[in-house]
Design a protein around this ligand. Structure first.
Ligand SMILES: Nc1ncnc2c1ncn2[C@@H]1O[C@H](COP(=O)(O)OP(=O)(O)O)[C@@H](O)[C@H]1O
Ligand SMILES: [Mg+2]
Length: 325
């Protein structure tokens, strides 16, 4: 038995452009286990989506996985043929994207789009595929699913479109679900509803979910383990409780300070100063260096800090972490 259901090891995915090499993912290692939710959190541009796309060989040109390994049930995904990976997609591992409007085919009724994945990957015939589509849409909270089948994506609200996309994502009961900001375009009520459905699916199928978000509230509510990404790397990786109780990386600690405190009514938002790093031809230094209030001479001269276990199950990539009394 492989140690993990899905394991990403030392992944490097680069985009070679006229401006130089964008090291979008620069040495990411992650593990995902059955029946669990791993959160991946980080500012826009930190490499979350490119990591997700790398898993299923979906990185667009001129992007390329230049180094690393991604195994599913012990089998290497990066070297699979397009035919082999096609059997994995949707059936074993599903990706649910943020922008449902763009991910759905605008000229095909939504019922057909749900049925298609079932027809393509299983022996289930037309009638039953239709029944399954109705059932799936219903499970995701789409009212009157039967009559919705003939609707086109443009006739749906954002929340409904997101549910359809999720129905397609889970139609074949994949073991791994990668949800890339599945709720970030939705209002709070809808967000809660979609997240609730996601939890239900995990319970029902014992699937593993990688939940990508920039929302720490979602992380707190949904995940057991969390990886914090910054500048194409994982800077902190631990169980969710420990991260919230004791963030050790100055970046993570900054993220928490940037959230308005509802409990104390404190208004001040303290955004982390500075801009996210430019990853084009990035120097071999800590990516957070320029924005870090705790940077020392060591940080300015040493290579990118490795992700090391500094406390049981708490991994950290930092030379000068936050200290707690
Ligand atoms: N198609 C592309 N061409 C060139 N660069 C890209 C492309 N897609 C993503 N990138 C770059 O890769 C980096 C990581 O992006 P992304 O994974 O989308 O970040 P996140 O999902 O964390 O917001 C960014 O610097 C982004 O500009
Ligand atoms: Mg993204």
């Amino acid at each position: 038995m492989p140690a993990h259901l899905l394991e990403i090891k030392d992944l490097h995915t680069y985009f070679t452009t006229k401006e130089g090499v964008n090291k979008a993912v620069n040495g990411v290692s992650l593990a995902l286990d059955e029946d669990s939710i791993l959160g991946v959190v980080g500012e826009s541009g930190s490499g979350k989506t490119v990591t997700a796309l790398s898993v299923l060989q979906l990185v667009p040109f001129p992007g390329e996985v230049v180094k690393g390994s991604i195994t599913y049930n012990g089998a290497e995904l990066l070297t699979m043929t397009s035919e082999q990976i096609r059997h994995i997609r949707g059936k074993e591992i599903s990706l649910i994207f943020q922008d449902a409007g763009a991910a759905l085919n605008p000229v095909i009724p939504i019922g057909k789009q749900v049925e298609e994945i079932v027809l393509e990957h299983t022996n289930i015939g037309g009638r039953r595929a239709r029944a399954l589509a109705i059932d799936l849409l219903g499970q995701l909270g789409i009212p009157d699913a039967k009559n919705m089948l003939s609707r086109y994506p443009f006739q749906l609200s954002g929340g409904m479109a997101q549910r359809v996309l999720m129905a397609i994502g889970v139609a074949l009961e994949p073991k791994v679900l990668i949800a890339d900001e599945p709720t970030s375009n939705l209002d709070v009520t809808l967000q809660a509803e979609i997240l609730h459905r996601l939890s239900e699916l995990r319970e029902k199928n014992h699937s593993a979910i990688m939940l990508i978000t920039h929302d720490l509230g979602v992380i707190a509510q949904m995940t057991q383990t969390v990886a914090v990404m910054y500048g194409g790397t994982i800077v902190e990786y631990t169980d969710t409780k420990s991260l919230f109780a004791k963030p050790l990386h100055p970046y993570t600690s900054g993220l928490f300070k940037a959230i308005p405190r509802l409990d104390t009514g404190q208004q001040a938002l303290n955004p982390i100063r500075g801009a996210p790093p430019k990853m084009i031809d990035a120097p071999d230094l800590c990516p957070f260096l320029e924005r870090c209030g705790k940077a020392t001479n060591q940080c300015r001269t040493m290579p990118v800090p490795p992700l090391l276990e500094v406390e049981p199950n708490h991994r950290l990539a930092c030379y000068n972490p936050v200290v707690y009394p």
